[in-house]
Design a protein around this ligand. Structure first.
Ligand code: NAD
Ligand code: UD1
Length: 343
């Protein structure tokens, strides 16, 4: 077991909160840091309610190096799980410098401070977006990377490259790059979940806000793709499975791993229409939709070959589509305006 705490950057956000719950349940000591740009302290309060444990939480920005240093002075950190970053694809196209500075500059700051304090273990939140437009399916980890079409995706690719170079140059480092497919769903308690600001860009938060009456209808972005029903196919993974994938990666890292990369997906693809139908079933609410043109930058199909994580981490996704929809609906219907009290 780790000798020291796990520092979770971005730990007040969607994937971060779910991972903090799984880490605490697995017996790890956890410290959260988040600048609360896309989160609130309410999410941490809910994590404490779920786990019955107190979580030391610091409102620190990755760009504030002295703030980071103070944190490392105060706590003995064993490993950093690095979730903090900006993630809106559209915004990244309008404000690329903001994305490069926050995601890449912030990560470099963090790595420098880790080095100062002799902490050489990191698990990084990467994305299937690094694969660009798939050359074959399912996508395994050997698939070429780098064909990203937007600055957000490029930050993930560049950070992967930085971490790989670091492991090559300095043998002390142990780094696991986790390439997430499409995280959806929420903790079974209905207390934590995804809480997008404004109108959601991603499919499942959009559908759940239609079901709860905040949005009128779903717009299906294109039904002329080369897929069984013409709508886009993705590999949706329950966020709790994803969170458990991080615990499995940490256990692997504890043995010493150099630089490793794993897909975290289910291996199954579902279309937009299949997702809307499954959510209708899970929520008992109708999801009216209209068909519109394709969204710029979208691809037809994307799903993982998740065998490597199974073989090397002993991890597979267990929760099915019905559970993703039921849990998302519990979160959305219990918290129609997310962590905020009003909309
Ligand atoms: P999120 O926005 O809910 O969480 C990210 C957190 O990082 C937020 O709480 C935000 O306040 C914080 N943050 C941002 N910049 C910061 C900074 N400079 N200093 C400190 N904190 C900062 O997003 P999420 O969905 O939980 O995603 C977590 C990570 O996983 C991100 O790196 C994201 O790019 C990656 N990822 C997410 C998805 C997805 O669909 N959710 C898919 C692939 C990869
Ligand atoms: C998107 C991002 C990707 C990011 C991922 C994180 C783009 C182009 N890609 O991926 O970089 O890593 O989120 O989760 O934004 N859809 C609709 N109507 C909607 C919303 C989505 O039909 O209102 C469709 C999309 O066309 C797609 C599918 O639903 O076929 C999934 O979309 P989304 O949830 O946005 O995820 P990705 O596009 O896979």
């Amino acid at each position: 077991m780790a000798s020291g705490s796990i520092l979770v950057t971005g730990g007040a956000g969607y994937v971060g909160t779910h991972t903090v719950v799984e880490l605490l349940d697995a017996g790890y000591d956890v410290i959260v840091m988040d600048n609360l740009h896309n989160a609130s302290m309410e999410s941490i309060k809910r994590v404490e309610e779920i786990t019955g444990k107190t979580v030391a939480t610091y409102s620190v920005d990755l760009l504030d190096k002295d703030g980071l240093r103070d944190l490392f002075k105060k706590h003995k950190i064993y490993c950093v799980m690095h979730f903090a970053g900006l993630k809106a694809v559209g915004e990244s196209c309008q404000k690329p410098l903001m994305y490069y500075k926050n995601n890449i500059g912030g990560t470099v700051n963090l790595l420098e401070v880790m080095k100062e304090f002799g902490v050489y273990n990191m698990i990084f939140s990467s994305s299937a977006t690094v694969y660009g437009s798939p050359k074959y399916l399912p996508i395994d980890e050997k698939h070429p990377v780098g064909g990203c079409t937007n600055p957000y995706g490029k930050t993930k690719y560049f950070i992967e490259e930085i971490l790989t170079d670091l492991c090559t140059a300095e043998k002390e480092w142990n780094v696991v790059l986790l390439r997430y497919f499409n995280p959806v769903g929420a903790h079974i308690s209905g207390k934590i979940g995804e809480d997008p600001q404004g109108i959601p860009n991603n499919l499942m938060p959009y559908i759940s806000q239609v079901a709860v009456g905040r949005l009128k209808e779903l717009t299906v972005h294109g039904n002329d793709y080369d897929t069984p029903d013409g709508t886009g196919v993705r590999d949706y993974i329950h966020v709790v499975d994803l969170a458990q994938g991080h615990v499995a990666a940490l256990k692997r890292l504890e043995k010493g791993c150099g630089c490793k990369v794993y897909n975290l997906g289910t291996g199954k693809g579902y279309s937009v229409i299949e997702m809307a139908k499954a959510f209708e079933k899970g929520s008992g609410k109708p999801i009216p939709y209209k068909i519109a043109g394709r969204r710029t930058g979208d691809i037809a199909s994307c799903y993982a070959d998740a065998k490597l994580a199974q073989e090397e981490l002993g991890w597979t996704a267990k929760l099915d589509l019905a559970r993703m929809c039921e849990d998302l609906w519990r979160w959305q219907s219990n918290n129609p305006t997310g962590f905020r009290k009003d909309s």
